[in-house]
Design a protein around this ligand. Structure first.
Ligand code: ATP
Ligand code: MG
Length: 563
């Protein structure tokens, strides 16, 4: 499979109109849709939470409706009672809204069309184009033939219209047990396209539906229902993923036989992303077997996971535009998604200092307390400055001090100097250790002429490090996330299961990081750049009135695999 990587210095420059727009432009030129407006839809089955692939489809479908002043419908394809739940319906509505795709008041349900679909099925029976079959699912499958061999006709294929009408009505009434009968389209058992070999239209399922409850015990198959749902809503462009390309002749057959509205189906390649899995079945397994903390675990490729991790809707929309729409399956580098969120947060996130692994520093020649000016966002002067308290006891990052530094290390060393961000240059005078020989504290002196922004001293040092005032800082939990899988395509190994590739270090919890006081009154969902560490967001689940929990959304640079 081809891999989509970032070849542009600035991926934002690669946004362009895709081939679907060209098709629509031509339709409009040819006046194909007359007076009707362009209408697209997003048709999820409510059997899981939405993932980033769904987000791509939402952005594409909504984007088209928006750009052509058309309409965009959110329609639940809720035709299978066994796997569907209200929880999924609710989460999908929340996610689509959050992404900014405006469906106005059109939250539609395929199951609300069951009565109309039933009537159309009766029409096909009356035309001699559908029949009730007594073969079970296995028998139907094994008589369908192969790519090189025609299928076998069912012994029930030539029932009379009257008998079919009677049986179908009794199927609906609940007279027959699960799986004992189906309604099949009567097309062609030797068609080269297997989808046209008398496909099943209805199955008997005595099961409660999340919306229709016990009103129905026959349920339409996806193949039968999908084109009808588009027809009922007057969808003009029915955009779907490539695997439906050879179902298109079947959808066309149904619509032509019924003589009803025909959406134009256009297929595009589904999004596959490196270092993750996208199949709902596999995501469900990660949740059910507790490999992750729910569908919205910040490591999940779900919309709710990205939201909790701190991604913005803009970044996901931008990502969808950067990667574009293709006709061939490809694997997209997750670094492109990370680029999109970095680009957005760089422009908007408030900067603060945070020390994840603290080392105490006492400044022996400083007394008192003062407030220094910190720039809130160098990319956006309108965000202003904040006051940062400075005292003689501060914490710095353990890794910003080394007793025996390698060549090129520009941070603090015994006898060396470093600049404290927004403050002064300090010099390390003494290193204090515990019984085990570990460094527990540094004694330093500061140079009063080197205060940032005053320009009174010509002294220059190579390194600048961040810090927090011991007296003013507060403790918070910080969660660092890494990729959930260790290989690019965890689900394409022939011998191993995707679970064998899970990254055992995908979550690191730092229980007591020290944060600059400015961030103390943060609310759930607030976003920051912790200088030199990355972008962080206040977790909506684990944050309590006692303790803030920060999720690392993304690092400042793409350093994966380069460590
Ligand atoms: P399944 O049908 O196996 O449950 P699905 O991911 O196709 O999984 P749907 O709820 O049917 O789930 O998907 C809703 C819409 O999202 C469909 O129109 C589908 O084409 C689109 N979609 C699903 N996965 C992707 C993907 N990886 N990239 C782009 N679009 C996708
Ligand atoms: Mg699907």
């Amino acid at each position: 499979m081809e891999e989509i990587k970032n070849t542009n210095k600035n991926p934002m420059e690669s946004k362009s109109k895709n081939f679907i727009y060209e098709i629509i432009d031509e339709d409009l030129k040819a006046n194909k849709w007359g007076e009707s407006t362009i209408c697209t839809r997003f048709p999820p089955e409510p059997n899981g939470y939405l993932h980033i692939g769904h987000a791509k489809s939402i952005c594409l479908n909504y984007g088209i409706a928006r750009d052509y002043n058309g309409k965009f419908n959110l329609r639940f394809d809720d035709t299978n009672p066994e796997k569907e739940e209200q929880e999924y319906v609710d989460s999908i509505i929340e996610d689509v809204k959050w992404l900014g795709a405006d469906f106005e008041d059109r939250i539609l349900y395929g199951s609300d069309y069951f009565e109309q679909m039933y009537k159309w099925a009766v029409d096909l029976i009356k035309k001699g184009k559908a029949y009730v079959d007594d073969l079970n699912a296995d028998e139907i499958r094994s008589s369908r033939g192969t790519l090189t061999e025609a299928g076998k006709e069912s012994p029930f294929r030539n029932r009379s219209v009257e008998e079919n009408l009677d049986l179908f009505e009794r199927m609906r009434k609940g007279e027959f047990p699960n799986g004992s009968k189906t309604l099949r389209a009567k097309i062609n058992m030797s068609s080269p396209n297997i989808n046209l070999r008398d496909p099943i239209m209805y199955r008997i399922v005595h099961d409660e539906h999340h919306r229709q409850e016990n009103k129905w015990c026959i349920y339409p198959t996806y193949d039968w229902a999908h084109g009808l749902e588009d027809a009922i809503e007057g969808i003009t462009h029915s955009i779907c993923t490539l695997e439906f390309e050879n179902h298109r002749p079947l959808y066309d057959w149904f619509l032509d036989e019924l003589g009803i509205h025909h959406a134009q189906q256009i297929e595009f390649a589904r999004l596959n992303l490196t270092y993750t899995v996208m199949s709902k079945r596999k995501l469900l397994q990660l949740v059910k077997e507790n490999y992750v903390d729910g569908w919205d675990d910040p490591r999940m490729p779900t919309v709710s996971g990205f939201r909790r991790r701190g991604y913005t809707p803009e970044s996901i929309r931008n990502f969808a535009e950067i990667i574009g729409v293709a006709k061939r399956d490809a694997l997209t580098d997750i670094a492109l998604l990370e680029f999109a969120i970095r680009d957005d947060l760089n422009k908007h996130a408030q900067r603060v200092m945070a020390v994840l692994h603290p080392l105490k520093v006492v400044i022996t020649n400083y007394s008192g307390e003062e407030e220094l000016d910190g720039v809130n966002n160098p990319e956006d002067p309108s965000m202003g400055i904040r006051k940062i308290p400075f005292t003689n006891e501060i914490y710095i990052e353990q890794t910003d001090f080394m007793e025996e530094p390698p060549k090129g290390y520009h941070r603090l060393i015994p006898g060396g100097e470093v600049r404290l961000r927004y403050a002064y240059i300090i010099k390390c005078e003494e290193v204090i250790k515990n019984d085990k020989g570990e460094v527990t504290e540094l004694r330093c002196t500061y140079d009063p002429d080197t205060r940032s922004g005053t320009g009174t001293s010509k002294k220059k040092v190579k390194g600048t490090i961040h810090w927090v005032s011991a007296k003013h800082t507060f403790e918070a939990e910080v969660r660092l996330y890494d990729r959930l899988f260790t290989v690019e395509s965890p689900d394409s190994d022939k011998e191993k299961n995707f679970l064998d590739f899970m990254n055992p270090n995908s979550l690191e919890i730092i229980p007591n990081a020290l944060i600059e006081p400015f961030a103390k009154n943060s609310k759930k969902g607030n976003r920051f750049q912790f200088e030199r560490h990355g972008y962080f967001c206040v977790d909506t689940k684990f944050t309590s009135s006692e303790k803030l929990v920060f999720n690392r959304t993304v690092t400042l640079k793409d350093s994966w695999g380069k460590k």
